[in-house]
Design a protein around this ligand. Structure first.
Ligand SMILES: Nc1nc2c(c(=O)[nH]1)N[C@H]1C(S)=C(S)[C@@H](COP(=O)(O)OP(=O)(O)OC[C@H]3O[C@@H](n4cnc5c(=O)[nH]c(N)nc54)[C@H](O)[C@@H]3O)O[C@H]1N2
Ligand SMILES: Nc1nc2c(c(=O)[nH]1)N[C@H]1C(S)=C(S)[C@@H](COP(=O)(O)OP(=O)(O)OC[C@H]3O[C@@H](n4cnc5c(=O)[nH]c(N)nc54)[C@H](O)[C@@H]3O)O[C@H]1N2
Ligand SMILES: [Mo]
Length: 638
């Protein structure tokens, strides 16, 4: 038997942690994945879903041959046949209707930078129609761009300098577990940590203060904290030197009494006061903003209110402070060459199904999906499915027959992260990594880049995609030699330790642009649908990528016992919304906010587990994000 070799690689999934991985390989088989002990963020451990990834890697359900639709069903085909068909059809559609009749939809199945080479192909071939907005963090991105003129965060390890931390709408145990060692260290040193979340998840075990607002009540809560800070003299006396609109923001905060803010946020007045004290009386203090919280119709306004708290207290541009939402994961890379010209047209991501069905002049005739599963992951799954089913030509590059791939004309089997050749940055820290093909892919499986090469050759663009993946990696890396990055985890040398150091912002005035108005409140009181459906991340899955595998049983719907419509724990029931119903098993959680019914995110339509089949598309107040957690719902007996 051959010896075990240890190959260093990186996780390419849509996760803030972008871990360093040591793959234990014997022959052509990976036997075990281990967190890289030398990676300063990974620190030798992996999350549950990546720890279990080998089940996915070696799943009998993995695709190993292209599929082409013939007489209604998807049947195995050679790469020659599949790519010839793609090239022929795409050339014809472009010729007849122009490149904007083709839509390249790329999502977050892999965050590898090489996926921009695929984008480059589509830009050269068209430019074709691409997506606009962002289902994931659109609202928060827009907030920070508006307030700071740029998005970035203090170094992750700078958090050690914080004297107080607020986890605002963030679930580190599930979605960014490599934050936990730092938070535990802070707690050991007696640093107070607050959790603000309508779901009392495991993060509460790390918190010295737990505040449970109503869903979306955070803007009022933050304004209440701001008023409290002003009243107690905890606002920084020089805040006007780095803030625009300070008086208007103050007026917004003083537009209601503290009791009114607390009532509107759905928290006891004492909780508002305790949060004000925790954040205002310790300096420096950091707010860590979760991505999930912004997926609301006031999501951008909420994040803007949190930005204002940081600005007001002098916690921006200093070590141990910050209102961190996003780390510039692409900052070390040169992407200027990706788009050869602006896209002629865009599809708003949260409105995918509706726009595909209605866009005219020209109609969208062909869709190419890279690293996305829109039927499962975008709202109104049935409409998304109908939109794809009714297109002339749909190609899905994936390694599994997802809900989306099942509707395709052509399915192209691609590599997993253990077979791909790529680079990653992270949106939860500043380290970069290489993704190595630690084992060869199964016969018949190609990387997205190889797919691009095969297609480019056939449509007359072959000369632009001649090099191997390494040559593109070198092109992508701006200032760092590839060999340096290959030697081990490397912090982007250009990333600042303290974002906006010296309180210099990238807005036109150089100051923070404080929020001065909130969107009109949404009325979510409904007798028919008293609850709000939240489909949230679960440890066993990365969006729709389950490890070890997606359970086949009904999903659990968790509610406060008072919101269970009399249904006992374990009862089989239905979650009903205006769009439809889903069979579930009822779970009671007395710590959950009474307005919420909780489902797992990423359940598939085929297995009748798909929350997005019940969720209508709604946009966030800015940034064209998806207000995914605002679907009125009820629980009822079968
Ligand atoms: N295991 C696992 N990890 C993942 C993912 C996954 O699917 N599974 N997904 C990855 C992706 S795509 C992303 S974008 C990131 C982030 O993934 P997210 O799932 O967005 O994770 P969080 O940022 O932790 O945000 C979710 C938290 O926001 C809270 N929240 C929702 N509405 C409100 C509100 O109105 N107010 C407040 N205060 N809180 C609210 C939820 O209760 C939840 O605890 O994580 C990644 N990590
Ligand atoms: N209701 C509800 N809906 C949500 C969310 C929510 O919280 N609630 N969260 C939203 C968020 S934060 C996000 S980011 C989106 C995520 O939505 P998606 O990005 O669509 O989700 P994934 O399931 O991670 O990835 C899609 C597919 O990419 C494939 N894939 C993986 N690696 C590769 C690769 O290298 N190449 C190719 N071609 N394919 C690959 C996977 O097999 C998977 O089928 O979902 C959003 N949808
Ligand atoms: Mo996301």
């Amino acid at each position: 038997m051959s010896d075990v070799q240890i190959v260093r690689t990186s996780c390419n999934r849509d996760c803030p942690d972008a871990c360093g991985i040591l793959a234990h390989v014997r022959g052509d088989r990976v036997e075990r994945l281990q967190g890289d002990p030398e990676h300063p963020v990974t620190q030798g451990f992996l999350c549950y879903r990546t720890d279990q990834f080998l089940h996915r890697q070696y799943s009998p359900e993995r695709l190993a041959t292209p599929l082409v639709r013939r007489g209604g069903s998807l049947e195995p085909a050679s790469w020659e046949e599949a790519l010839d068909l793609c090239a022929r059809t795409l050339l014809r559609v472009r010729e007849e209707s122009g490149p904007s009749a083709i839509f390249h939809y790329r999502s977050g199945g892999s965050l590898g930078l090489m996926k921009h080479v695929t984008d480059h192909f589509w830009s050269r071939f068209g430019p074709v129609t691409v997506k606009r907005g962002d289902i994931c963090g659109g609202a928060g991105d827009a907030a920070q761009m508006t307030d700071f003129g740029a998005e970035d965060a203090n170094d992750l390890h700078d958090l050690r300098h914080a004297r107080a931390v607020v986890l605002w709408g963030k679930n580190p145990h599930t979605s960014s577990p490599h934050l936990l060692p730092i938070l535990r260290g802070l707690r050991k040193d007696g640093v107070p940590v607050a959790l603000v979340d309508p779901v009392r998840h495991r993060g509460a075990s790390l918190a010295s203060l737990y505040v449970q607002p109503r869903p979306g009540g955070d803007a009022s809560l933050a304004l209440g904290v701001a008023r409290g800070l002003f009243e107690r003299g905890l606002a920084h006396p020089e805040a006007h030197t780095w803030c625009d609109n300070l008086e208007a923001f103050r007026a917004l905060a003083f537009g209601r009494t503290l009791d009114q803010h607390a009532a509107d946020a759905g928290v006891p007045r004492a909780a508002l006061d305790a949060l004000t004290e925790l954040y205002g009386a310790h300096s420096p203090a950091a707010i860590l903003v979760g991505w999930g919280m912004g997926r609301r119709s006031n999501g951008s306004a909420i994040v803007r209110c949190l930005d204002a708290l940081g600005a007001l207290t002098g916690n921006l541009g200093v070590a141990g402070g910050g209102v961190s939402f996003y780390f510039l994961r692409r900052a070390a890379f040169d992407l200027a060459w990706v788009d050869v010209a602006p896209a002629p047209r865009t599809v708003c991501e949260p409105l995918f199904g509706q726009e595909l069905l209605t866009l005219k002049n020209p109609e969208l005739r062909a869709v190419w999906v890279t690293a996305g599963n829109p039927v499962t992951m975008l709202p109104d799954s049935h409409r998304t499915a109908e939109a794809l089913r009714s297109r002339e030509f749909v190609v899905v590059a994936d390694s599994f027959l997802t809900d989306t791939a099942r509707l395709a004309t052509v399915v192209l089997p691609v590599t997993t992260m253990l077979e791909d050749d790529d680079l990653v940055g992270a949106y939860g820290h500043h380290y970069l990594g290489v993704v190595r093909p630690v084992v060869p892919p199964p016969e018949g499986v190609r990387t997205d880049y190889q797919v691009t090469q095969g297609l480019a050759e056939r449509v007359g663009l072959g000369e632009h995609f001649l090099g191997d993946a390494r040559s593109w990696k070198r092109r992508l890396l701006r200032a760092i030699p590839l060999e340096t990055l290959e030697a081990g985890p490397l912090r982007n040398p250009e990333a600042p330790r303290v974002a906006f150091e010296g309180r210099r912002f990238r807005t036109p005035s150089g100051k923070v642009n404080l929020v001065t108005a909130l969107p009109a409140p949404r009325d979510d009181s409904s007798v028919e649908f008293p609850l709000l459906l939240h489909a949230l991340s679960t440890p066993a899955s990365q969006s729709s990528q389950w490890s070890p595998r997606e359970p086949e049983e009904r999903p659990s719907a968790t509610v406060h016992p008072s919101a269970a419509a009399g249904l006992p724990e374990g009862a089989v029931a239905r979650v009903v919304t205006a769009l439809g119903a889903l069979e579930v098993t009822v779970r009671h959680d007395p710590t959950l906010h009474h307005k919420i019914v909780l489902l797992p995110k990423g359940g598939s339509l085929g297995l009748h587990r798909c929350a997005n089949a019940l969720i209508s598309p709604r946009l966030t107040d800015a940034g064209e994000g998806g207000a995914l957690y605002e679907e009125p719902a009820r629980l009822e007996a079968l």
